[in-house]
Ligand binder design. Structure first.
Ligand code: ARG
Length: 460
C-alpha cells in the first residue's frame, strides 16, 4: 500500500506509477534514512508521543532492516521496485516486522524533511570517503615528484615552449589545485552537516520533538532554522556538485597534459599497460583511454551542475517533486568523481618519465631566451632593450638553424659588447632551473621545499 491512499478512489496509471517511483535509485539512501528514522522514533519517545516500549520495538525493527539489507545488492530484487520510494519501503518493511506500531513512525514527520535529512547524512559520509580519495591522488603526485626530483620538462604557455621547469614542479601544480578543491569540499561539508528533520512537510511539527537533541544524535552540528528552507533547498547538494565540477575540471586538465605528453610528438611520458588500452584494428596502438575518460566524465559533472541550478530556480516554496531529480545527478556526481580520483591515482602510479627526451626538449627552441635577457639586465641593460636585443638574436639563430647556446661569443658581441664568456653558463638548463629560486618557483630547492610543505599539509 502506498503512503497516501485515503483521499484517492481511482487507481494510479501503471506507467505513471513507475515514472513517479524513485526506489530504483533512492534505495541508496536506505542506511542513512534508517539512522534518521531511529532517532526520529526516539525523539517522539522523548516528546511523550510514543511509549518507550514502542520506541524500543521500532528501533530494534529498524536495526533489523539495516542488517538485513546491509548488502545493498539485496535491494536489487525487482519485487521491491513497486515501492514508491525508499521511505515507503522502510515503513512497509517495519510494519512487516513489528506490526501496526510501525505505522506510528511517520508521526510529526513528512517525507519532505525525511528525504532532506537522509540525503544530508548520506552526502556527509560520501564527502568523508571522497576526502581520502583526494588525499591519495595528492600522495601519488608527491611520490611521482619524488621519483624525478631534478628532471626537466619544457614549460608551455599557449602550448608554445616557454621556459624550462622541473617535472616535479609541473606535478606539484596539480597538488595545489587539488588541495584547494579539498578545502572547498570540507567547507561544503559544514553546510551539509545541518539537520532539517522536524521541519515537517513545510511548516514544522505539532509534536514537541527536541530537534537539537536529534541533531546531536545524528552527528549534525546544527539544525535548519527555517522549516520552508529546510525541506526545499538543495544548495548543499548544488555546492557539492560544483566543487565536484571544479575538481573534474582540474583532473581533466591533468588528463589533457598527460595525453599530450604521451603522444609520439611529445614523448615525455610512457603510460603503463595497466592504464592503457589497445585498438581492435591497429596492432601497434596503445591508447590513453583512462585519461580520456576522466576528461570525458568532467563533461557529465558540468551537466549535473547546470541541471541542479535549473531544477531549483523556478520552484515556488516549499517542496516540489522536481526535487526528486536531485538524486540521480548527485549519485552520478559522487560515483564519477570517486572513480576519476581513483583512476588518476592509478595513472600517476603507472607512468614512466622520459627524462632524457624531456630535458632535451626543455633546453631547445630558445626556452632560455628569457634567461639571456635577464643576463643582459644583470650587465646593466634596461629589460625592454634586452628583450629587443635577444629577440633579434633569436631571429639570427633561427636563420642559421642554431640554438642560443650554439652561437659563438664573437657572434654575440656583434649585438652588444655587454656579452662575455659567462653568458653560456647563464643559459644552461641547470642555470635556467636553479635561477628561479623564489617561493613557488621551479628551482629544485624551492620545489623540494614545497614538497615538504605538501607532506606536512597531508599529515596535519
Ligand atoms: N522521493 C521523494 C524525493 O526524493 C521524497 C519526498 C516526497 N515528498 C512528497 N511530498 N511527495 O523528493
Amino acid at each position: 500500500m502506498n503512503l497516501w491512499g485515503g483521499r484517492f478512489t481511482g487507481k494510479t496509471d501503471e506507467f505513471f506509477a513507475y515514472y513517479n517511483a524513485s526506489f530504483r535509485f533512492d534505495r541508496r539512501l536506505l542506511q542513512a534514512d534508517l539512522m534518521a528514522c531511529a532517532v526520529h522514533a526516539q525523539g517522539l519517545g522523548r516528546a511523550g508521543v510514543l511509549q518507550s516500549s514502542e520506541v524500543d520495538t521500532m528501533v530494534k525493527g529498524l536495526r533489523q532492516i539495516a542488517i538485513k539489507y546491509a548488502d545493498s545488492a539485496s535491494l536489487n530484487d525487482p519485487k521491491f521496485f513497486s515501492a514508491e520510494d525508499v521511505h515507503s519501503f522502510i515503513e512497509a518493511r517495519l510494519v512487516e516486522s513489528i506490526g501496526q506500531t510501525g505505522y506510528k513512525l511517520h508521526t510529526g514527520r513528512s517525507r519532505n524533511d525525511q528525504v532532506a535529512v537522509a540525503t544530508r547524512i548520506f552526502l556527509r559520509s560520501e564527502i568523508d570517503a571522497l576526502d581520502l580519495l583526494f588525499r591519495d591522488v595528492q600522495v601519488a603526485l608527491i611520490e611521482l615528484a619524488e621519483r624525478y626530483p631534478n628532471e626537466a620538462l619544457p614549460g608551455y604557455t599557449h602550448l608554445q615552449k616557454a621556459q624550462p621547469i622541473l617535472f616535479a614542479h609541473f606535478l606539484m601544480a596539480y597538488f595545489q589545485m587539488l588541495q584547494r578543491d579539498r578545502e572547498r569540499l570540507r567547507e561544503v561539508r559544514k553546510r551539509v552537516n545541518v539537520m532539517p528533520l522536524g521541519s515537517g512537510a513545510l511548516a514544522g511539527t505539532n509534536f514537541p520533538v527536541d530537534r537539537e537533541w536529534m541533531a546531536e544524535q545524528l552527528g549534525f552540528a546544527d539544525v535548519t532554522h527555517n522549516s520552508l528552507d529546510g525541506v526545499s533547498d538543495r544548495d548543499y547538494q548544488l555546492e557539492f556538485v560544483n566543487v565536484a565540477a571544479m575538481t573534474m575540471m582540474h583532473l581533466s586538465r591533468l588528463a589533457e597534459d598527460f595525453i599530450l605528453y604521451a603522444s609520439q610528438e611529445f614523448g615525455f611520458i610512457k603510460l603503463g599497460d595497466a592504464i592503457s588500452t589497445g585498438s581492435s584494428l591497429m596492432p601497434q596502438k596503445k591508447n590513453p583511454d583512462s585519461l580520456e575518460l576522466i576528461r570525458g566524465k568532467a563533461a557529465r559533472i558540468f551537466g549535473h551542475a547546470v541541471a541542479f541550478l535549473t531544477m531549483i530556480k523556478g520552484l515556488p516554496l516549499a517542496y516540489n517533486k522536481d526535487l526528486q531529480e536531485d538524486k540521480e545527478a548527485l549519485f552520478d556526481t559522487i560515483d564519477s568523481l570517486a572513480g576519476s580520483l581513483k583512476v588518476t591515482a592509478t595513472v600517476l602510479r603507472n607512468i614512466e618519465f622520459n627524462a632524457a627526451r624531456a630535458a632535451k626538449a626543455a633546453i631547445s627552441d630558445y626556452t632560455n631566451a628569457t634567461d639571456l635577457a635577464d643576463y643582459l639586465v644583470r650587465k646593466g641593460m634596461e629589460f625592454r632593450k634586452a628583450h629587443d636585443a635577444i629577440g633579434k638574436i633569436v631571429v639570427y639563430a633561427i636563420a642559421r638553424g642554431l640554438e642560443l647556446q650554439q652561437l659563438s661569443l664573437a657572434e654575440y658581441k656583434q649585438f652588444t659588447p655587454l656579452f662575455e664568456q659567462d653568458l653560456f653558463d647563464a643559459i644552461s638548463l641547470e642555470a635556467c632551473l636553479t635561477g628561479k629560486n623564489t617561493t613557488g618557483g621551479t628551482a629544485p630547492e624551492q620545489v623540494q621545499r614545497e614538497i615538504k610543505r605538501a607532506k606536512e599539509l597531508l599529515n596535519a
